[in-house]
Design a protein around this ligand. Structure first.
Ligand code: KG4
Ligand code: ZN
Length: 342
């Protein structure tokens, strides 16, 4: 094996996507993902159904990632996997598979924190594309279905949370608002889609009164729920008639909350190198607002490619690469963890 080229397989199974990717140092060779449609009608991920789908998907997904990369199992020099945070039954599928593969191939095992991986997705190098990554220190707003944090990133593996949600995550708020409107799970992408056709000033919601760099979304969700409850009493077709305006106004409020805190974090730290990560970083309102604010305040902004916003294994593989350089390996008795602070 050529010592300075490292081919690492990344495995992600923390929630409802089964994913595998192969990376050659920082260069991504393949990135395969199998989503799960079974949760659509339930308003959220059903853990038992998720674990079963992971079991069905994991072998074909890993197989496809190796084939697409043109890499054999024997050429791999490590297996990186998501250890947490996530759903226990889902994580167990990926962790067990990673352990078995590392034992069979006699190569190191690398555990990855899913939230750290969302941030390190900014360092993925794709063939034939410009390589542009943030320099240290930078601030990253990580916004996903389970987390909303502002992270001070001092090095690839040196991160500190300087602000986080005290209740719901931003993605959860999008999903709950969508559910209130009768939209299927995950509702975030649909709210984004309908918001494009609506007026964001149609409805206003109170801003959360939360100090410092922390967030709160539960008040917004409650006032959205009350608005719909009260208006539906007057007109039973209120939601269908005003869906676009409701989505635009709700999204506008979430984005304002996020951007306000990011501005405060930049002011407090003096850092103008600003990134976003996680599923909600796919939101077009957030992406646009970040560009406008960044231009105004002289920020150097980093917005991930769509494929690396939501859950994927490329981010697990790149994190595996940085940990490989540090020789941060784990023993075969490693277990998944549902909560895993960075
Ligand atoms: O990072 P992710 O794929 O999974 C977690 O680690 O949670 O994030 C999923 C979340 C879901 O709540 C989903 O509704 C939200 O990201 N999301 C969006 C958009 N795309 C995904 N929310 C708003 N606008 C989008 N375009
Ligand atoms: Zn995620």
């Amino acid at each position: 094996m050529n010592d300075d080229r490292m081919k690492i397989l990344g495995i992600e199974s923390s929630c409802d996507d089964t994913a595998a990717a192969v990376i050659d140092n920082t260069l991504l060779l393949s990135n395969i993902i199998a989503g799960q449609q079974v949760h659509k009608d339930y308003g959220g991920v059903v853990p038992e159904l998720a674990s079963r789908a992971h079991q069905q998907n994991i072998v074909p997904v890993i197989d496809a990632a190796l084939k697409k990369a043109g890499v054999t199992k024997e050429e791999l020099c490590a297996i990186a996997f998501t250890r947490g945070p996530g759903l226990m039954g889902s994580l167990l599928v990926g962790v067990s598979f990673a352990k078995a593969m590392s034992l069979a191939l006699n190569i190191p095992l690398i555990e990855v924190n899913h939230l750290q991986a969302h941030i390190l997705a900014h360092f993925i190098h794709t063939p034939n594309e410009e390589y542009r990554c943030p320099s240290f220190p930078f601030l990253c707003l990580t916004v996903s279905g389970g987390h909303t944090q502002i992270v001070l990133v001092k090095g690839h593996l040196q991160m500190e949370i300087i602000g986080q949600t005290q209740d719901d995550a931003a993605g959860e708020a999008f999903d709950k608002a969508a559910k209130i409107m009768g939209l299927p799970y995950p509702g975030g992408p649909l709210v984004d889609k309908y918001a494009k056709e609506g007026n964001h000033d149609a409805f206003t919601f109170p801003k959360p009164k939360i100090q410092g760099l922390d967030f709160s979304f539960s008040g917004l969700k409650t006032s959205f729920l009350y608005l719909i409850r009260d208006e539906t009493k007057k007109d039973s077709e209120f939601v269908s008639k005003r869906q676009n305006d409701l989505c635009a106004s709700f999204q506008y409020s979430v984005v304002n909350i996020l951007i306000d805190k990011l501005k405060l974090a930049s002011e407090q730290t003096g850092i103008k190198e600003i990134a976003i990560a996680g599923g909600v970083s796919a939101n077009s309102g957030l992406r646009d607002a970040l560009k406008v604010t960044g231009d105004k305040l002289g920020w150097n902004i980093f917005i991930p490619k769509m494929a690396y916003c939501t859950d994927n294994a490329a981010m697990i593989a790149i994190t595996g690469y940085f940990k490989y350089l540090n020789k941060e390996f784990v023993d075969i008795d490693v277990t998944p963890v549902t909560r895993y602070p960075i």
